[in-house]
Design a protein around this ligand. Structure first.
Ligand code: DC
Length: 255
């Protein structure tokens, strides 16, 4: 199976690295967090409280979320286009309001059941090579443990809280979303806590996952390490060469 699971806490580099690994190998890159964000956005939009777990679960089951590669006209730095029905929510799911409730939404067992089932189907379809599909890189919190535990290559990215908060702070500033560093760090700490202490599918390294510390490394160094593992474990090599190297800062998906 050509599948790479990348898990880790917020701003550990999953989407920056995963996107580049996917492009190098010509594998689909799928950031599963966008689905939890879409549900969080929808309940804000409908004025539903994130604490109303039954209603939130029902919304997740019925929401027509689609995730597609950006079309030509959508060259604003996005990694994927996220829609709810016809509505493009790619950037609105990155708001601070969504940030502040998404961990609670992602701790809801019914929401997880609905979304991880859909994610698993996508993972199996692309990972199995059916219909000419080449493979998949999936990023999230529970890909290696729950969504696709049979992925032959599992990665767990980590970086200290301080460093991840700095990355997120820089991203927000670059997008003109002025933020206070202490607030960003507190938000991050709270999300880490909810994501790793929830009862269902908590954030943790899967058995056999390769743990990679991203602090002090460039994006290309981490990508290179994962590509070397992909060659070793999956027997696949890059179909395109890497681009200019950069430090871990704003990821294309986190505008
Ligand atoms: O990676 P992100 O920040 O976009 O994720 C948003 C939220 O969704 C975060 O609270 C963790 C959660 N999530 C999850 O629980 N399981 C996943 N596979 C992906 C994301």
């Amino acid at each position: 199976m050509n599948a790479i699971a990348i898990d880790g806490p917020a701003a550990s580099g999953k989407s920056t690295v995963g996107f580049k690994v996917g492009r190098s190998l010509d594998f689909l890159f799928f950031d599963t967090g966008v689905m939890y964000r879409a549900v969080a956005w929808a309940i804000l939009d409908k004025g539903i409280s994130s604490a109303d777990s039954e209603v939130v679960g029902r919304v997740a089951g019925a929401l027509p979320i689609s995730v597609n590669a950006p079309s030509r006209g959508e060259s604003d730095g996005r990694q994927a286009t996220i829609r709810i029905g016809e509505l493009d929510v790619t950037w609105s799911i990155r708001s601070r309001q969504v940030d502040s409730i998404v961990s609670v939404v992602a701790a809801n067992g019914k929401v997880r059941q609905e979304l991880s089932r859909k994610q698993r189907l996508i993972g199996l379809e692309h990972g199995s090579g059916a219909g000419g599909k080449s493979g998949i890189v999936m990023a999230g919190r529970d890909i290696g443990t729950v969504v696709l535990p049979e992925a032959p290559l599992k990665i767990y990215l980590e970086a200290p809280l301080e460093e991840r908060s700095r990355r997120r702070f820089r991203e927000l500033s670059e997008r003109g979303k002025a933020a206070n560093f202490t607030d960003v760090q507190e938000d991050m700490l709270l999300r880490d806590k909810i994501d790793s202490e929830r009862a269902v599918a908590p954030l943790r390294p899967a058995p056999g996952a390769h743990r990679i510390q991203t602090q002090g490394k460039t994006v290309q160094e981490v990508v290179g390490r994962i590509l070397a593992l992909a060659e070793e474990v999956l027997g696949v090599g890059p179909v395109s060469t890497g681009d200019e190297d950069v430090p871990f800062e704003g990821s294309p998906g986190n505008h």
